[in-house]
Design a binder for this molecule. Structure first.
Ligand SMILES: [Cu+2]
Length: 69
C-alpha cells in the first residue's frame, strides 16, 4: 500500500470532504481516504499496482475539485 497526500483546491465544508472521499472510494484499489477541507489536502492509501496518481486526480476532478501539482 502507498500513502500519498494530495493538495486539493476548492473544498470548503464537510460536504466537499465527503464528495472527494466518496469519489476516491469508487476506485477499486483505494483502501482509504481522508480529506481535510481546512488544510486543502486529502490523504489516500491505495494499491500502486491498481491505481495511478492520474486515477486519483481524475476522481477528485470528477467530484468537482482540482488537484494542485
Ligand atoms: Cu463544501
Amino acid at each position: 500500500m502507498t500513502d500519498r497526500t494530495l493538495r486539493v483546491e476548492g473544498m470548503s465544508c464537510g460536504h466537499c470532504k465527503a464528495a472527494v472521499e466518496e469519489e476516491l472510494g469508487k476506485l477499486s484499489g483505494v483502501e482509504s481516504s481522508n480529506a481535510d477541507f481546512e488544510k486543502g489536502t486529502v490523504e489516500v492509501r491505495y494499491d500502486e499496482d491498481r491505481v495511478t496518481t492520474e486515477d486519483l486526480e481524475g476522481a477528485i476532478e470528477e467530484a468537482g475539485y482540482s488537484v494542485e501539482a
